[in-house]
Design a protein around this ligand. Structure first.
Ligand code: ADP
Ligand code: MG
Length: 360
């Protein structure tokens, strides 16, 4: 079903070929000299910050070369990812674009390695030399790149499975790789061999980055919107966020896999939504619009009203705070929260709203 709508034909590729600066060309020549690559073909993609080229190894294997642009203007708006990132504490020089770009390329390589170790589908990084990242090529035998999720033609059944696959991958990325993608969307996911492959992780942040939850919420909101448009009954932003960050999912002790739990919760969300429509109660959409504006603290220091939260925890209702286990207020979200005395499935209350600030 994967029509390669985003692909250019070979002649188009050639005309799109960007002029490389002498230093980058030297890096490529050295790679050819070492027989890492045999030839570099045209551009697969030209982007704001990088171009991606297709290359062949001497034994005709396909590689992708992501070549970061070294112009000083390009990386200006990347500060939000760098602030609070300990890996950039030293050596991030805004005045030296080559050095800066090298750090981004190296960071993408390290992040890809973390994904590979966790078993998440993504390009396998081969090596990085200054602004050139070499990785495995996702595409067919003739060298056509796999389509972006945005351009993939999917049936509704496929879409549902891919939504589940993606949410599980984001959860794994958070807990096992300790990363939040921070630019996740249908543009940075490729549809290849019937699965989703995550790419473009140079800006991904540590899960304890001060804005990690904001990035994660945005990532998940893109996922919800995209699959929602395809007709998938998604979990809803607030619930999917909770599913991703909760360390120990309730029921996992009962032998249910994470996938089982996710699918079960999707069914629950759907039936909740139907009930809500009947009773004209607060709908999931409304719940999400509130959650989008709500403030999510990343650490104990950021709580607006620690005393109130501690009181909640003391009453044994700690798991009602969506963030409690993440910041160490409680050890793990207890299974008890999910079942109210009424037998209805309940969600922890939304953390705190921006206009709640200072009151309480
Ligand atoms: P950018 O920073 O320009 O968005 P990306 O890493 O997202 O860079 O790559 C841009 C495009 O290049 C992707 O949308 C995809 O089409 C293609 N691409 C990137 N990496 C690979 C790869 N390993 N295999 C095949 N195509 C790739
Ligand atoms: Mg991209």
């Amino acid at each position: 079903p994967s029509a390669s709508a985003n692909l250019k034909d070979k002649s188009d590729r050639a005309t799109n070929e960007q002029v490389l600066d002498p230093r980058t060309r030297l890096i490529l020549f050295k790679m050819i000299g070492r027989e890492l690559i045999h030839e570099v073909n045209g551009c697969v993609s030209t982007g704001k910050e990088a171009n991606v080229y297709h290359a062949l190894t001497p034994d005709l294997k396909h590689l992708a070369l992501k070549i970061y642009k070294t112009s000083i203007l390009v990386f200006k708006d990347r500060d939000k990812y760098v602030t609070g990132e300990y890996r950039f504490r030293r050596g991030y020089s805004r005045k030296n674009p080559r050095k800066m770009v090298r750090l981004w390329a190296e960071k993408e390589m390290r992040n890809l390695k973390r994904l590979v170790s966790a078993g998440i589908r993504c390009p396998d990084p081969v090596e990085v030399r200054e602004n050139v990242l070499v990785m495995t090529f996702l595409g067919d035998k003739e060298g056509w790149a796999a389509p972006r999720l945005k351009d993939a033609e999917l049936t509704i059944t496929e879409s549902l499975d891919l939504y589940v696959e993606l949410v599980l991958a984001v959860r794994k990325m958070f807990h096992q790789c300790k990363l939040v993608h921070a630019d996740l969307s249908e543009y940075n996911i490729l549809f290849h061999e019937g699965h989703l492959w995550i790419i473009d992780v140079s800006q991904s942040v540590e899960h304890d980055h001060p804005s990690a939850f904001d990035f994660l919420r945005k990532d998940l909101s893109n996922v919800e919107e995209f699959f929602g448009r395809l007709g998938v009954h998604c979990l809803g932003l607030r619930r999917v966020f909770e599913f991703v960050i909760t360390e120990n999912l309730s029921c996992s002790s009962e032998g249910l896999s994470e996938e089982d739990i996710l699918r079960k919760r999707m069914e629950e969300a759907l039936s909740d939504e139907n009930t809500a429509a009947e009773n004209s109660k607060e709908s999931a959409a409304h719940e999400d619009s509130i959650f989008k504006q709500s403030y999510i603290p990343r650490s104990l220091n950021e709580l607006y009203d620690p005393e109130r939260d501690v009181a909640v925890v003391t009453r044994g209702e700690g798991a009602k705070l969506i963030y409690a286990d993440t910041i160490g207020l409680i050890e793990s979200p207890a299974a008890e929260v999910r079942e109210e005395p009424t037998g209805q499935t309940s969600l922890p209350p939304v953390v705190r709203f921006s206009d709640d600030k200072g009151t309480g």
